[in-house]
Design a protein around this ligand. Structure first.
Ligand code: NDP
Length: 488
């Protein structure tokens, strides 16, 4: 039985109140596993709604900044407790809105709770250093101060964890927030806002405006009273957002795509490597920026690895994420399904060999959703689009190489550099990989898609604006440093 009431109307959250879009427009958020199911109706806001939210955040800023870190932390602890109480309901909303399995959605919501608690604790950790001054009588120190109003533009693939890993550090360091969720997951976002509301945050400290990215997201990036933008999403939009911020002197942080390789060395434990490839590449239907998409296997073990991989993928069950036996849910939207099918076609056209999947599943009960079969290509070469571009779907490209050195060269031959993994038992291979791989997240005998909330997260090359999120690294973006010199 469902824990939610489907088809309800959700509003923007501005200045501590729930408000419809000023233009009165709204749109339906539907279930990608069953297109007829309306999860809820959400506002399609305009620039004026963004302006009202930014003004509210600006008004709330001084009061919020002046609270002690421990008091701000208490609000986050309360939000965590409320989210914990509502875990199953919010996880189900996520599954119905964007398709990932209920188990994964529960895991993500639990992660959100842990992140809130982590940053609540940050409220009483150090925010500066004392530096010896050349004058023995003077005191010189640094103090971290909030940026001010922070705009948060989030994607649909982690609709609880990503907003929280941006909102929680923004708040703990004394910023106020205007949050623009992805339109695909605005109902989940509204429920997250309800948790902040119930925790009693003062009006205007957290605001949410729903609407299309090109209207609401852009208005937020352009707003002169927004001091910084934290964005996660596609490279094309990220770069646009970065340019807008740069032009008006605002701070920005961009987390974007990946084309993450796993290298399987000749001495790898092949069963573990298969499990990591399947889990890293296909969970969440491949819709993770850290998803494994290029599988680079040394020739000595290629055939054996390939057979084990295909056998394992044959056991995966595609279906509605709310069904207990489903392993792979649908793509999150029609647009996403079309993108994935487009890349599969391109792969075939460019000469890669399709060895598994390659289309929509045949089962009649899946015909109403955006389902796609887990897909494997081999004979993938470096010029092909499926080697070079982010697909964001359950598509694996197998590449056979002659040596471990060649594997690293092939792995690095990409404009992205988010996450990379190696499976090997050889310490020399491990150290070579750690030194030479061009990736922000380097994983040895672990899948590409694992992220720990207390460690820095982010990519090299085109995968990010070279900043890092999560853990204590978040203080770099959400604060400015004051260097203070006091001469008595
Ligand atoms: P987008 O980059 O379009 O969306 C990310 C966020 O940015 C959403 O909130 C979106 O709003 C918003 N946005 C869109 N256009 C603008 C704009 N002009 N100005 C400001 N904000 C904007 O990603 P998509 O959802 O369209 O996905 C496309 C591809 O991006 C995927 O196939 C995948 O390759 C990649 N992607 C990567 C992610 C990652 O984790 N690195 C996450 C999601 C996508 P809205 O969608 O509501 O209109």
């Amino acid at each position: 039985m469902s824990r939610l009431q489907l088809g309800q109307t959700y509003l923007n959250y501005v200045d501590g109140r729930w408000k419809p879009a000023g233009n009165g427009r709204q749109t339906a958020s539907t279930n990608p596993a069953r297109r007829q199911e309306v999860v809820g109706y959400v506002p399609l806001s305009d620039r004026e709604d963004v302006d009202a939210a930014v003004q509210a955040a600006r008004r709330a800023q001084t009061g919020w900044r002046k609270l002690s870190g421990s008091v701000r932390g208490d609000y986050l602890y309360r939000t965590a407790a409320i989210l914990e109480r509502r875990l199953d309901e919010i996880a189900e909303t996520m599954t119905r809105e964007m398709g990932k399995t209920f188990g994964e959605a529960r895991g993500e919501t639990a992660r959100g709770i842990a992140i809130l608690k982590y940053y609540a604790g940050e409220g009483i950790r150090k925010i500066g250093d004392v530096i010896p001054a050349s004058d023995g009588e003077a005191l010189m120190f640094t103090a971290r101060v909030p940026l001010g109003v922070v705009g948060i533009i989030a994607p649909w693939n982690f609709p609880v964890a990503i907003p929280i890993w941006k909102i929680a550090p923004a708040l703990i360091y004394g910023n106020t927030v205007v949050f623009k969720p992805a339109q695909e997951t605005a109902v989940t976002a509204a429920k997250l806002m309800e948790c902040f509301e119930e925790a009693g945050l003062p009006a205007g400290v957290v605001n949410m405006v729903c609407g299309s990215g090109s209207v609401v997201g852009q208005a937020l990036a352009e707003h002169p009273l927004v001091d910084g933008i934290s964005f996660t999403g596609s490279n094309a939009v990220g770069k646009q957002v970065g340019q807008i911020c740069l032009a008006r002197g605002a701070k920005y942080q961009l987390e974007m795509g990946g084309k993450n390789p796993i290298i399987v060395a000749a001495d790898a434990d092949l069963d573990l490597a298969v499990e990591a490839t399947v889990s890293g590449g296909l969970r969440s239907t491949g819709q993770k920026c850290t998803a494994t998409s290029r599988v680079i296997v040394v020739k000595d073990v290629y055939e054996e690895f390939r057979e084990k991989l295909l056998a394992r993928i044959r056991t995966l069950r595609v279906g509605d994420g709310m069904n207990e036996d489903t392993w792979l849910g649908p793509c999150a939207s029609e647009k996403q399904l079309e993108t994935v099918l487009g890349y599969i076609e391109k792969g075939i056209r460019e000469g890669a060999r399709l060895v598994m999947g390659g289309g929509r599943p045949d089962e009649k009960e899946l015909s109403d959703g955006y389902f796609v079969q887990p897909t494997v290509f081999e004979d993938v070469t470096r010029e092909m689009a499926i080697f070079r571009e982010e697909i964001f779907g359950p598509v694996l490209a197998l590449i056979k190489v002659d040596s471990f050195e060649e594997a690293i060269r092939v792995a690095n031959d990409n404009e992205y550099g988010l996450s990379a993994s190696v499976y090997t038992r050889n310490i020399g291979n491990m150290l070579q990989f750690i030194q030479e791989i061009e990736a922000g997240m380097v994983r040895v005998n672990a899948e590409t898609a694992g992220v720990e909330l207390q460690a820095p997260f982010g990519g090299m090359k085109q995968s990010s604006s070279h900043s890092r999120e999560q853990g204590q690294a978040a203080i770099e973006f959400y604060t400015s440093t004051k260097t203070v010199y006091v001469k008595p």
